[in-house]
Write a protein of this length. Sequence first.
Length: 510
Amino acid sequence: MGDEPLDKTDHGTTPIREPAVAKVTIDKAALLVRLREIVTPDALLFDEEALRPYECDALSAYRRLPMIVVLPSTIEAVQAIMRLCYQHNVPVIARGAGTGLSGGATPVGNGVVLSLARFMSILNIDPEARTAVVQPGVRNLAISQAVAQHRLYYAPDPSSQIACTIGGNVAENSGGVHCLKYGLTVHNVRKVKIVTMDGELITLGSDALDSSGYDLLALINGSEGMLGIVVEVTVKLTPIPERAQVVLAAFDDVEKAGVAVGEVIAAGIIPGGLEMMDKLAIQAAEAFAQVGYPTDAEAILLCELDGTNEEVSEQILIVRDTMQQCGATEVRTARDEAEREAFWKGRKAAFPAVGRLAPDYYCMDGTIPRKHLPYILRRMGELSVEYDLRVANVFHAGDGNLHPLILYDANVPGELERTEAFGGKILELCIEVGGSITGEHGVGIEKLTQMHLQFGNEELVQFHAVKHAFDPKALLNPGKAVPTPKRCSEYRQLPTQDKECLSDHGDKQA
């Protein structure tokens, strides 16, 4: 494969540049013959119609048909597939539920998509050790449902938890509403088993609280499928708290709400969750879920306190007082468990609810220090006017993980490009205030341009050295997450107007 962009697809999407890897030494027909020796016929997809569902993840602006999709159901089959692909230099892209939002599961044209959808078993639950051993295709929410009888749950809870899988959560180091207090995926995984590109099965981490040697377990979390195929995960389980209660605070100004976030933390409170929604998101969520949100508010904060009865009672008083001092126009405390669940139902439904406001939306993901929330929210409002695009904000305010949803219509010429430029500016703002271009969605192919800004050549060289140690032929999820230092040097020499539209995969991506 060379560096020239591919032809446009019939979806009207613009070219995606194929990454340069070793030349494939087997054709599709011969590869299918070999794969049929490993998996049953129903585990192989190769006709265009069957391949269409795998051409993109939830960030559907980036599309590319794979050569073959294979759905193994055993670790041994995964190992055999990887050995075959390694032998013939065939790129491999691992795929979970396809709920990713950065194009991380986008196929390459002469590659194999390896779906983990059939790895759906919870292998072991140990209530005393507070761990569960699960296969990568197990849904996030299914873990908590399976262990609820033991008064335990799995803390990381992305908005897509009803559908997203634990293998994908590991690949993206997913977060969620309760990660402010209980940590990201990396803080809740004890051990993983991965299959390397050459078919070796290795274990990272241990059942103990710590293990000797380099912390490769942390490295695999957030590695975006570039270092190995996750085939088994041991997760940490958390006791269900004695009491959990939500405070809802409404504000007539988003900046006041941003200030309140920092003040709650400064008061010594670490909430179970601290979420923000702006007016557009509030109105969309209320119309969709009908949970009683104040639709005239410019912003609301949802602050969940959990723990013992005594500490929750004390913290609620502090949070209510803090919200009022920061200018809240209304402060409510959930009266019972049903109202608490209703408050969170609206928040969890916000993404699909916003989808009803426009033909398309573009979900960004960046992280900033909490103290800069008022400034960033103000600047996003200014950029919304500048780019003439509405933006709905619904995000993890407590840890500064932003999720602005830019509304657009892909059928309007030039609007997708304007949306991407707007999203790029938001990520540049995150870098400006000392933040990161991702919090939990990963880099994928969406944010390669901004990687040029966040990291220098020396850092990128080290990233590529780690990649080479695991995958010397660069066959695992090629072209994702880490741009080459050469491209960074070329990018930095471009005029500003060209930087806004150049990506690492070609002149434009769609």
